[in-house]
Design a protein around this ligand. Sequence first.
Ligand code: WT7
Length: 651
Amino acid sequence: MTTASNKLDTLLQETRTFQPSEAFRAQANFNDVSVYERAEADPEGYWAEQAQHLTWFRPFEKVLEWNPPHAKWFIGGKINAAYNAVDRHREGARKNKAAIIWEGEPGDSKVFTYDMLGREVDKAAHMLTKLGVKKGDRVTIYLPMIPELAISLLACAKIGAIHSVVFGGFSSKALRERIVDCDAKVLITADAGWRRGGLIPLKQNADEAVVDTPVEKVLVVQRVGEQSGAQMQEGRDVYWHELYKQVPNTPYPAEEMDSEDPLFLLYTSGTTGKPKGIVHSTAGYLVGANTSLRTVFDIKDSDVYFCTADIGWITGHTYIVYGPLSAGATVVMYEGAPDWPHRGRFWEIIEKYGATIFYTAPTSIRTFMKWGTEYLEQYNLDTLRLLGTVGEPINPEVWMWFHEHVGKGKAPIVDTWWQTETGAAMIAPLPGITSLKPGSATRPVPGISAKVVDEEGNEVEPGNGGYLVITKPWPSMLRTVWGDDERFRNTYFGKFQGIYLPGDGAHLDKDGYFWILGRIDDVINVSGHRIGTMEVESALVDHPSVAEAAVIGRSHEVKGQAITAFVTLKDGVEQTPELVAELKQHVVGKIGALARPEEIIFTAELPKTRSAKIMRRLLRDIAEGRVIGDTTTLADPSVIDSLKTMYKDSE
Ligand code: WT7
């Protein structure tokens, strides 16, 4: 099996281990290793116990119904996610505790206590109701990282509408596709967003996106003001701050949702050109999110939790909104870029608010490493007691740098493997129990059964690699793909009967530790974001000059992987640097800046097998300058030589 980021050799030479310190262990929520055995002996009992940390309107009668691949959890229960994330804290000692500390990119900041956040959510719930949103309706949210983003999610949850957040970096076309797929009735956006001092024209993108879609109303947050240039369309568009004045100041009663009612959709890339709307349930998702805050993140009332993800991705849903808030923690939410207006911005925020837990992506840490330690040395990071990483495998040397320079050698690092589909961390240490090995996400968390299997589905012996699989259902698993249950069944349960296939390769070491190796399908992981090769290929062939395109991910020092596109042009089209720039921009317009190819290589032909399949592995080898593998199945082997030359020339 080849993987996109094959760093197996270096990874497996890693022998360092780090035991939890006595001090950390003593204070940890979970410090007794028997929790693993208990959960394994009775996973349903374990999850039922974890579910007691939430507040139910009506208790569930049955823990699990498993008709592979369909799971139902906490059957008969009635619950509301926003009530659990906000309102229940307003009634007790956390009423005036900071729920969200928000830092804007230009330096403005706001603090919402649980009570204040609750009032804003109630207002927004009234506003959505006034716009005609009802339980079960879909609301698409396309906002920058401003408080209204978190408030919008929670307001949807409060009234039982299904939110679908689309990351602000996506283009209008990508937004439109996601609106159409789920028939969203309302779109929430902003006049514009700030990014490195410049403007992201969200409203303008939204205007293009909603034409001829089911969207009836567009709710617009004024983030930037006049210079945004945003135009309002009468009858369709309404400003948040204006509607705000028209709705009551009364509490909005939380809708009593069935455990299995969908809480949200989140689109993610797959191996076809069409993104999948991953459907998450209300109770199961919330139990998963809440539990992992207590187990993996050792959350305490005294914590100030800073996750640098954008709420446009699952990490932000689970580890900025539903997880930490349902646990009653204080969350730091930052609007902008790590290097704006200076390269010490994250460290400045940690010092300013006394963050105790810091969760970020390996790609960011690699960037910090490149910048050097001078930026973080200017700030006091002593409050940090726990660090986390997510999104891609972390190179051991990057782990060590994070450990030494950010954690000052004392804060454990939780490397958390999970996916949009899994809802919450699946393979990750419990920091008061698990010995850490730099580069390994360690072992499945309690209640999760993960294995590494071979092509036939047999468990591999320790010391071997194979497919990572999850063998038992878990509460926060995706329930289906929106509007396409068949795709859900085929993608995740098609290879091994009743067993979930995440699409990652993994190696199991002699101690039973998991080393995640990266995607085994046609999905690229660029800076921790998933991009389907097919999506980028479709965007390229959509350009009038392009005949054919093949896209691969190649190793990249900072991004983990970068997009390389091999393109054949139509007859008579000239290969010019201007065309390269134009094609890159075309992809940005179709998908968003996150999908911009790092390089485009023109080639007269693409290497194909005799059955006309593009040989991506070969292209990857060419892009990474490796020795060419077996080419006996290649229809025209001479194609490779010309490709190799082209690639060198384009560097
Ligand atoms: C894919 C999921 C989960 C939130 C961020 C990405 C890769 C994620 C790790 C990790 C190695 C990781 C996998 C996975 N991945 N975390 N700790 N170690 N790989 O969510 O966009 O759904 O992507 O990210 O390849 O399948 P996503």
